[in-house]
Design a protein around this ligand. Structure first.
Ligand code: SAM
Length: 208
């Protein structure tokens, strides 16, 4: 049976306890679109990076291997973070800070970041919680900090997760939270998306 991912941290923990590498949202390797941002110099170390809903840590490990030495990955599921730790060790990476807890809990994350990278996180949240997403990101960014949001899934659909996203709503939510769009790409080219994201992945870069 496929678990309903829309609920609480307990549900995410249950999902992770039953998730084998490569199943469902887990895609075994770093997002090519993030690799592109590093290779084209849009993202350059040094910078303090936060990855909410870090999962198995593919993006965190890729950044660590490419000179980023101040990376925090947060996930609500302890098992996800055990998997992330294991994946980091397999890759010879030790410096990533993995935090277990709720991204929205102000006592869990108390610092400010140069960049928050959302890769398949917002769409995992219940719609009522998604209204807090942009304000929370704004709170966690330093002045002039950037949100790198891989917008997914850009499609019309009922239910979730992943819950459907659309660019007008994203622009309204980010603008209300004081985040200004610098670059919006509504459809990334096929070579910049894993098969499970094809045709439904965009990129929004916002500045506080
Ligand atoms: C769809 S998964 C994506 C994981 C990873 N970003 C990826 O693409 O492989 C969403 C992740 O967000 C985590 N998560 C859900 N709600 C959270 C919350 N409130 N705070 C922190 N992590 C959360 C889940 O445990 C899960 O690992």
């Amino acid at each position: 049976m496929v678990a309903d991912l829309s609920g609480s941290g307990e549900r995410w923990e249950e999902v992770w306890q039953n998730l084998k590498p490569g199943e469902r949202f887990d895609r075994l390797s770093v997002a090519p679109a993030l690799v592109d941002l590093v290779e084209t110099g849009v993202l350059n170390p040094p910078m303090k990076v936060l990855l909410p809903g870090v999962g198995r840590g593919y993006e965190a490990v890729y950044l660590a291997k490419n000179g980023f030495d101040d990376i925090v990955g947060i996930d609500i599921s302890p098992t996800a973070l055990k998997e992330a730790q294991k994946y980091s060790e397999e890759n010879g990476i030790t410096g990533i800070k993995y935090v277990q807890g709720d991204f929205f809990d102000p006592q869990v994350l108390t610092e400010e970041y140069d960049v928050v990278i959302d890769f398949i996180f917002k769409c995992a949240l219940l719609p009522e919680l998604q209204t807090q997403w942009a304000p929370r990101i704004s709170e966690l960014l330093k002045p002039r900090g950037r949100l790198i949001y891989f917008m997914f899934p850009l499609q019309e659909k009922e239910g979730g997760p992943p819950f459907a996203q659309n660019i007008p709503d994203i622009l309204e939510a980010t603008s209300s939270a004081g985040l200004k769009p610098e670059n919006i790409i509504d459809a990334l080219p096929p070579e910049l998306a894993h098969d499970i994201h094809q045709g439904r992945l965009g990129l929004g870069i916002f500045r506080k």
